[in-house]
Design a protein around this ligand. Structure first.
Ligand code: NAD
Ligand code: TYD
Length: 352
């Protein structure tokens, strides 16, 4: 038995692989193109694990995908691969259309062809599981109820529009061809191995270098934060117990404004790594020009996954952020390697 995952060298994918092998020895075939946000060293601790196979390649390459399916005959596919950063989708949307829409179409077609060739039992048990985002539902006003699975799709950024398109394709492959699909739409993840272009690691690395911590606009935008290990346990449960054709929202029950998030990180750093001048890291916070089309609030209603699959997050925001800050402090080498020319160019471009 084996599962095939895509994007397993990225933030959530690599946490998923590490978490998987804490629980089971079932083989994983990890397909990843190793774009700027993919880092195979995230899986360094598993280098001697003979149940983990890595294939470098893109979900945009059908021939490559077909061969991987023929060689490994997976019982399930989980798609983590994506272009994932909203700000990059604003400055260069093309990759998002290519990977998040055409790439998913390729993966669906190759999976369908493979699935149709299976004998009845394997065919019934096969799953195509697509990891998606709460951003497809658009933005909420402060008093709106949280997103439920039947909320309309109203994406506002090129990123969320591309993820919404992929969700629609997955749904159509279930309704039209009967492919046993699963989709989960989760909130903002945080934890180890997150590429430092995203708010939480960016705040930590800038603070540690005494650089300004950039907050878009007034910083009152709200996100629901999900500790990545909780997300991994949800994915395992959905793969096991989720019903084909269904969608599940996965949230962390941690709604915070961006200013609250950044203040909390500064408080943790003030305690465990005080600045040499003994001033608070909060003095580094600066408000900069807002992101165009910036969604004000996301909030997830996770009652379906709780009631149907008995999953709930374990980590509070405060305990998760403490672990996360500590992880970045304990892994300076990992960070140093990421400070590539590509990263510097992005920071210069985005924050001028
Ligand atoms: P990430 O950017 O850290 O990782 C993406 C991975 O996909 C990288 O390893 C990259 O090399 C790989 N990849 C990109 N294009 C590829 C291609 N064409 N073929 C093969 N591999 C390719 O992203 P992440 O934060 O780990 O997100 C994983 C998934 O979760 C994405 O689908 C994203 O939309 C979704 N998601 C993320 C969050 C979050 O807060 N990070 C929240 C909701 C949903
Ligand atoms: P991000 O981590 O990019 O995730 P997403 O856009 O998918 O929610 O951003 C989280 C929030 O933080 C979002 O409201 C944008 C904001 N933000 C800043 O204020 N400053 C920054 O430098 C970044 C990267 C994000």
């Amino acid at each position: 038995m084996a599962i095939l995952i895509t994007g397993g060298a990225g933030f959530i994918g690599s946490n998923f692989v590490l978490d998987w092998f804490e629980k089971t020895n079932e083989e994983i075939i990890n397909i990843d193109a190793l774009t700027y946000s993919g880092n195979i060293k995230n899986l360094e601790s598993l280098k001697n694990n003979s149940n983990l196979f890595f294939l470098q390649g893109s979900i945009n390459d059908k021939t490559f995908l077909k061969k991987a399916f023929e060689d490994f005959k997976p019982r399930a596919v989980i798609n983590f691969a994506a272009e994932s950063h909203v700000d990059r989708s604003i400055s260069s949307p093309e990759n998002f259309i290519q990977t998040n829409i055409i790439g998913i179409f390729n993966l669906l077609e190759i999976s369908r062809e493979y699935w149709e060739s299976l004998v009845l039992d394997s065919k019934n048990n096969f799953r195509f599981y697509h990891i998606s985002t709460d951003e497809v539902y658009g933005e909420l006003k402060p008093d709106d109820p949280s997103f439920k699975e039947d909320n309309p799709y109203i994406p506002n950024s090129p990123y969320s529009a591309s993820k919404a398109s992929s969700d629609h394709l997955v749904r159509a492959w279930n309704k039209t061809y009967g492919l046993p699909t699963l989709i989960s739409n989760c909130s903002n993840n945080f934890g180890p191995f997150q590429y430092p272009e995203k708010l939480i690691p960016l705040c930590i690395i800038n603070a540690l270098q005494n650089k300004e911590i950039p907050i878009y606009g007034d910083g009152k935008q709200v996100r629901d934060w999900l500790y990545v290990k909780d997300h991994c346990s949800a994915v395992r449960k959905i793969l096991d117990k989720g019903l084909p054709g269904e969608t599940y929202n996965v949230g962390g029950n941690n709604e915070k404004t961006n200013l609250e998030v950044v203040s909390c990180i500064c408080d943790v750093l003030n305690k465990i790594r005080p600045r040499e001048n003994n001033k608070s890291y909060k003095e580094l916070i600066v408000h900069i020009e807002d992101r165009p089309g910036h969604d004000k609030r996301y909030s997830i209603n996770s009652s379906k996954i709780f009631e149907n699959i008995n999953w709930a997050p374990k980590e509070s925001f405060e305990s998760g952020i403490y672990k996360t800050v500590n992880w970045y402090l304990e892994n300076p080498e990992w960070l140093k390697e990421l400070m590539s020319e590509e990263f510097k160019k992005w920071m210069e471009f985005q924050y001028k």
